[in-house]
Ligand binder design. Structure first.
Ligand code: SAM
Length: 311
């Protein structure tokens, strides 16, 4: 990393560690994110970067500069590593930076150096934690953050992210459209249905959006010369992929439940309409059996691409 960029990243930040986050940070969570990354890549036809993004990066390379790419809310950086290998095949070797509020996800410093991908702490809701970069990014990516952005936070969070983007740059954002989830026969798989509904209810109770399109559509249209939108559904994938998606759905709702019960015990269980922590855990175990028997929960992803950022 250049000295100018290094100094831009070395400022002390004021982060509130109490920031709410409904998922966990253990190895299961890492596995879930890696699986979700694979399902998403398959959904997008095997690669995360469309030809228009690649040609933007290629033209930067042709101008004699290393393209600069960052991923906000990156977790362990699965997207960054995939993009690195896709671009390597095209002889494009970008600067790659990942940002997240929880560095516990990050690869070790040694791994970051060995793979030439650097990670930094940042809170999407706190502008003070965004680095004042000398060189901004040509391409900024965000994915699956609707679990951390409640209604009124979309616009400020979006604008914080734009502070890292070069004028003329590209912003790519993908979110699950939770209101378009399709579940197999609910009467056949009642426990999976119950845990799934609990997850949705937790979302709604926390003020999270089941469909963030009404927030993202106008923000992209206002700040970019051109915006395109696309939807991808796992119903179009082979059954093995749909099963992996269902397993992921089980893991994510189980994680949300476990974290909630750890924090709130019986009161938390009652809030979720269970009589006790034991009953909640039993229903969660039975929901796993439903998934093993074949319950599918297909998801739809919305993708927004903004080209030509106008500050
Ligand atoms: C569902 S994961 C998605 C991870 C990654 N984008 C992906 O698609 O694999 C949500 C990520 O948001 C991060 N996160 C939570 N609150 C955040 C905040 N306030 N600012 C930045 N990142 C945050 C979490 O640590 C987690 O890595």
């Amino acid at each position: 990393m250049s000295a100018a960029v290094a100094s831009a990243h070395s400022h002390t930040s004021r982060l509130s560690e109490g920031e709410k986050y409904y998922l966990r940070f253990d190895d299961d969570a890492k596995l879930r994110l890696a699986q979700q990354n694979r399902v998403t890549r398959e959904l997008m036809g095997g690669s995360f970067l469309s030809s228009k993004v690649v040609s933007h990066l290629q033209s930067i390379k042709d101008s004699g500069r290393r393209p600069r790419i960052c991923d906000i809310g990156t977790g362990p950086g699965d997207w960054l590593f995939d993009v690195q290998s896709q671009l390597k095949g095209l002889d494009i070797h970008p600067v790659l930076h990942g940002y997240d509020l929880f560095p516990i996800h990050f690869p070790t410093k040694e791994e970051q150096d060995a793979k030439d991908v650097q990670f930094f702490k940042l809170n999407i809701h706190d502008k003070e934690t965004f680095p004042a970069l000398v060189e901004k990014y040509d391409f900024v990516h965000l994915r699956y953050l609707s679990i951390v952005i409640v209604g009124a936070q979309w616009e400020p969070a979006f604008k914080n992210c734009l502070t890292l983007l070069q004028p003329g740059g590209i912003l790519l954002w993908e979110e699950i459209l939770f209101d378009e989830f399709e579940m197999s026969d609910r009467t056949q798989y009642p426990y999976a249905a119950k845990i799934f509904d609990m997850g949705v209810a937790m979302f709604v109770r926390h003020g999270l959006l089941l469909n963030c399109s009404p927030k993202l559509n106008p923000l992209f249209e206002t700040h970019f010369r051109m915006t395109s939108r696309e939807k991808f559904s796992t119903t179009n994938l082979d059954e093995d992929w749909q099963r992996l998606q269902a397993k992921n759905m089980y893991m994510v709702t189980r994680e949300m439940l476990t974290k909630k019960l750890e924090g709130g015990g019986r009161a938390a269980a009652e809030e979720l309409n269970f009589e006790s922590v034991e009953e909640a855990n039993k229903v969660a175990d039975l929901s796993m059996e439903d998934y093993k028997k074949g319950c599918l929960t297909n998801m739809t992803i919305g993708q927004w691409i903004g080209e030509g950022y106008v500050p």
